[in-house]
Design a protein around this ligand. Structure first.
Ligand code: MN
Length: 291
């Protein structure tokens, strides 16, 4: 079956990035590329860190190395998704060793590799995120490699406390700070109607997930990206804000309408009929007693 949902090169997508209202330099970078020969697509967001332009250099190197690895690949795979970030790590680290002024630079990385027929992988390092909106429910696919992310997972602070924690920018893993990096990898099974959102902390740190879901679900990709960026810059604006959206064409199958039970219980289920009969018997018994 060859429909629109089979080839990710035709998926509606959009990307945007904004410097914010406080910083003078955008240290985020992103890319959305289709493969020149194969039916696959790569979306990647990188949020760089490091003084003396190191952050923007690191993010740019991540985009550049990832794009080259992707373009040279022959087939989509989990291994490719991991290698895209491994190569980004090596590239940033090599440059940081050569140029003293950007020593110690690093970057987050979220790479979404889309293949045909529902197959996709996400590789990530750091605290940029991938979200999925399916059947109106927003779920976070990635786990932040950050100090506050670990504290939240350990139940020691709440999500709200994490947003304002003094060490909220401290990452546990980043691309380019060492010769090797531990890449988190997940396989995804995408469905028609799914919406995927990649973003840097400048966006997710500013907007509640309820609002993210509302904007993501109700707009075309370009409008969703623009509104999410505008909203985050308006609400906070202290950081660079980057957003990428990819929509899987087609109608969501009914069973994808999460959350809630997979099957709607029928009013005429055997259980309900039994309860009805019981209620009727009790009513009759009461009536008889009253007489
Ligand atoms: Mn950031």
């Amino acid at each position: 079956m060859a429909d629109a949902a089979d080839d990710p090169r035709g998926f509606p997508t959009a990307s945007g990035t904004h410097v914010g209202r406080v910083r003078t330099e955008n240290q985020d970078a992103c890319t959305d590329v289709v493969h020149p020969r194969k039916a696959m697509r790569l979306l990647l967001t990188a949020d760089g860190m490091g003084g003396h332009r190191g952050g923007s250099v690191a993010a740019r190197l991540a985009v550049e190395a990832a794009g080259e690895t992707f373009a040279a690949a022959d087939a989509p795979s989990a291994e490719l998704a991991r290698r895209i970030l491994d190569d980004a790590n090596k590239r940033i680290f090599a440059v940081s060793q050569e140029r003293a002024e950007v020593a110690g630079m690093g970057s987050t990385g979220v790479a979404l590799l889309l293949a045909p027929r529902g197959r996709a992988w996400v590789a990530h390092v750091g605290d940029s995120r991938l979200y999925r909106l399916r059947g109106g429910a927003l779920s976070r696919v990635t786990e932040d490699h950050s100090l506050v992310g670990e504290l939240v997972r350990a139940g020691r602070i709440t999500e709200d406390e994490a947003r304002t924690h003094p060490r909220r920018n401290q990452l546990q893993r980043a691309l380019g700070v060492g010769g090797t990096v531990q890449v988190a990898l997940r396989e995804l099974d995408y469905l028609p109607g799914d919406r995927y959102l990649i973003c840097s902390d400048g966006m997710w740190g500013a907007i509640e997930e309820e609002e993210i879901a509302r904007i993501l679900g109700g707009r075309d990709p370009e409008t969703a990206v623009r509104e999410l960026i505008e909203r985050s810059v308006y609400v906070d604006g202290s950081d660079n804000s980057t957003v990428q959206v990819a929509v899987v064409p087609g109608e969501a199958p009914p069973e994808a309408a999460a959350p809630g039970p997979r099957t709607t219980p029928s009013a005429l289920s055997p259980r309900n009929l039994a309860l009805g009969a019981l209620a009727l018997s009790l009513l009759l018994a009461l009536l008889l007693l009253a007489l």
